[in-house]
Write a protein that binds this ligand. Structure first.
Ligand code: AMP
Ligand code: ZN
Length: 119
């Protein structure tokens, strides 16, 4: 795998990008990495993360927002290649909202009926 930008040695997802912790790759390019969630909440559940260490949605700025747009292009491409038409994209921001890993990530969930609002 290519080097993570702004590597944070204490960050789980930076370690995954570097290959220091194993993961099940779904997609990779120069800017982002997608891998299966270790604790899937739906038949399809993968995460898409920037290779740059961005802590959360709250740290998105004009300087890095093109990355977020790129990730959404990747989500559209990868789901299409998987034959998935119905899916949910979630990004938890902060512990009260359920964020457990402080490296920006987008959950992509599919393959079952989903309710709204989320818990
Ligand atoms: P969140 O709770 O929104 O911050 O999401 C973090 C996600 O990372 C959870 O769904 C975890 O199951 C997932 N996760 C934690 N460690 C790993 C790992 N080593 N490989 C894949 N997914 C992981
Ligand atoms: Zn990180």
């Amino acid at each position: 795998m290519s080097d993570v930008l702004n590597y944070d040695a204490d960050c789980l997802f930076c370690k995954i990008i570097k290959g220091e912790i194993p993961s099940a790759k779904v997609y990779e390019d120069d800017l982002c990495y997608a891998f299966k969630d270790i604790d899937p909440q739906a038949p399809v559940h993968f995460l898409v993360i920037p290779k740059a260490h961005i802590p959360s949605c709250a740290a998105v700025t004009p300087d890095n927002s093109a990355m977020v747009a790129h990730i959404f292009e990747v989500i559209a491409k990868v789901t299409k290649e998987m034959g998935i038409t119905d899916f949910r994209v979630v990004s938890n921001c902060g512990p009260q909202a359920g964020q457990s890993v402080p490296h920006l990530h987008f959950h992509v969930l599919s393959g079952r009926d989903m309710t709204w609002p989320p818990g």
